[in-house]
Design a protein around this ligand. Sequence first.
Ligand code: ANZ
Length: 986
Amino acid sequence: MTENQTPQGDDAMPMRYTAALAETIETSWQDRWEAEGTFHSDNPVGALAGPRAAEDKFFLLDMFPYPSGKGLHVGHPLGYIATDVVARFTRMTGRNVLYTMGYDAFGLPAEQYAVATGQHPRVSTEANIATMRRQLRRLGLSHDPRRSIQTIDTDYVRWTQWIFLKIFGSWFDPAAPRRDGRGRGAARPVSELVDKLKSGEVPTPDGRSWAELSAGERADVIDSHRLAYVSSAPVNWCPGLGTVLANEEVTAEGRSERGNFPVFKRNLRQWMMRITAYADRLVADLDTVDWPEKVKLMQRNWIGRSEGAEVDFAVEGAGAGGAVTTLTVYTTRPDTLFGATFMVVAPEHPLLGGLPGAGVDNDAAALAVPAAWPEGTREAWKGGHATPGPAVADYRAVAAGATQAERTDESRAKTGVFTGLFGVNPVNGQRVPIFVADYVLMGYGTGAIMAVPAHDDRDWAFARAYDLDIVQTIGPADDPRGVDLAAGAFTGDGVAVDCANEEISLNGMSKEEAKTAMTAWLESKGAGRGAVTYRLRDWLFSRQRYWGEPFPVVWDEDGHAHALPETSLPVELPEVSDYSPRSYDPDDAASSLQPPLGKAKDWVEVELDLGEGRRTYYRETNTMPQWAGSCWYELRYIDPTDEDALVDPANEAYWMGPRPEAGNVSGGTDLYVGGVEHAVLHLLYSRFWHKVLFDLGIVSSSEPYHRLFNQGYVQAYAYTDSRGQYVPADEVEESSAGDGSAVFTWRGRPVAREYGKMGKSLKNIVTPDDMYAAYGADTFRVYEMSMGPLDQDRPWDTRAVAGSQRFLQRLWRNVVDETTGETIVSEESADEETRRLVARTVVGVREDYEGMRLNTAIAKLIVLNNHLTGLKKVPREAVEALTLMTSPVAPHISEEIWRRLGHEHSLAYEDFPEVADESLLVAESVTCVVQVKGKVRDRLEVDPGIDAAELERLALAAPGVVRALDGRDVRKVIVKAPRLVSVVPQ
Ligand code: ANZ
């Protein structure tokens, strides 16, 4: 930048630090940073290689945004400003900082807009990105623009598809040692699976040798092991959105997270990701990352690891000809097996025939239940039906309408009917009735339970409702039989009672001992086995949408999926004229499941030679979910232009590799900042993909995000008038009532204040653009960062922004004469007091920045600034330090002041101030005179801030005072801290 490009004071434009001057300064510095590539960071190798890669690195990541058409409000950039402060500070400590911003740009809103208007989703998405880029650029974020990506970029899609192929081409080998030495179980290429199938090390499903299988059968076996596989499974079909949803996208009320549409269960062939294979690692490796405990806990709960046993019960009479089949239950309490007095299967359980509502018959004839009620069946068990078939069919039909949330609601009355079937309890040979009840879920364990009403609340409630036996197996150690089972289940620990057959006795054992003993006995009898169950399900990875990544997969005539060769990537979306999924016909579920891509017939059908000569194949018409693009974006930031690799291994190792010597065994980004709303899904999916890439040797880090920080939310006041209508918050006036409390009025009429989210409907939105216009970006930044601790929610208060502006105005005036525009600092060295304050501020602010306590850092800067304002002349050494320290939060004004102080280069890479003279940090001391009966008897050197009690203690212990008192008691001590203590003896 040359002199005449910068704002200069002249008579016509006094150099007052107003919003207009701030804008001139800010935009000119933004242009200069861009032109000079100030914030480019260097890689060790490749197109972005450079000398800074010789330095220590810091990879700083924001959760990248979805470019919504609604634009930003002041709450959105909170995390971005914070990371920018960290980035700028960290550069000044000599580190090479990777910091950029991309866009998570596939997504449903753009597609819905396209359905409504016919405009290609790319058009609206790119327009939204352009708006967001402009708004964020105006904020002065120190991003490396060369590293930005959009998930919709063809090049980016290519690598997302490439990762899919890697996952599709892998299986989870439980025996494979992990590269990080933390046990066994890792993704390996499918070719290794084939070797193990050939050798027999991995058995085929029906025990035939590999050689005996046909090509089609082999393909089926391999496909059943892949980490990406197709499954025909009950899915959440959301007609309102025209797509299926992952469990995570369905609310507890059984509606779509987005749009709040009803969701139904349907059977559909879908791509799945075998994330459950990684469940153990996803739990265990939380120990290797530096995340808030709260988020770790949410991940653990989501994965929901539970240890227990599977127990096999023989079932008489089920199946053709009354043959005996096995009903396997999952239990966390095998120790209570002697108390299992009935069994329950989920309404969708295969024991009862097909899945209701899945197009499979669910009339009575299809059910493997007896034709008549067994003798002695109680009336209450029959559901009002003369035979079991209709009773069960009826119950299943009703249960199909219940949401997951209703079914798991503990307080809801338990309902069910008897199936007419009996299971045999393997531990005591007792026949126990099998019920169907919707409190048992098909998606968990085996979808069947042994019910122990004495020790499980839900089973107890069911047993009371249906008059079933309640048999105790455990009780409190001091009085095992003292429990009142008529009042409720006993779920605590204690000692086992009445738990013995001829081979095993649990009596006297604790819960844990009994679990172990029972599991071992079941295993020895072949009637059960220890089992681990997860709440986590495999990840449903198909969407019936247009605006997503196409799968790099084609289907042959026999229904086998084939990976496309890497050389044919990217598979691009075809142009279509209509973006809507085929409309939903509630009477014909199958008709509605045609994705938009299915209509692009020319695109779907392709002639290819995939090694078996030219044949016709059909492209997959589902697209990937929006999560796909956000699963790996940080890796592309590292090497955005690499054409030969997703990321060059040397670059990845530099930016993400583990640093065991620094206590970082997982590797990953050094800091990841974002909202806690992503605590589960995004973070879980990313970790899973990253681990697959790690296993395959593509990355050296075993976790994507080493340290995680969740910022709080900006909230806002909203105001309602007497009719309860919201009034524009920015027009409300505040005054104080007679009693000192605040009164709010709008156009002269009183209004009530409430506190909540910022939003259009509450008429309380403030945009960054409003702030730039009224104050400038630096003031906005300072205000956002000084509102409170970063991890806490904070109320927005536009009126308080002026305080932050005053800080910067004073800083400006400390350096620039507002009328002449001249630089007015003094070259003389600062006085002792100023030097001490600067030293203390340097130490404190550095510590605050390091600890991300940005609000307290700003408070210290303000103290120093105010001190300088009070001096006759502002010494250069003090104001230079202040400017450097202020620059992470208010970079533009700081750059401008720095330039005016005569520095040619941007301050972005100046060293953050340090204290050269340590003695400045030693607390000053004052001399305190100690008198006894009015005579000076001693002198103490004390801290000027010493409190009275401490000073009194020191004075009474002073040798001169002890001598003068000579054993006499003290009547009175007058303390005037820090300079005088007067002792009056008895
Ligand atoms: C017998 C028993 C006795 C049980 C007892 C509990 C207490 P967590 O800990 O969440 O894994 N269960 C198993 N599968 C189920 C399903 N599909 N739907 C509903 N409930 C199911 O819970 C495991 C326990 O929940 C299992 O242990 C089983 O009940 C039940 F005193 O078996 B338990």
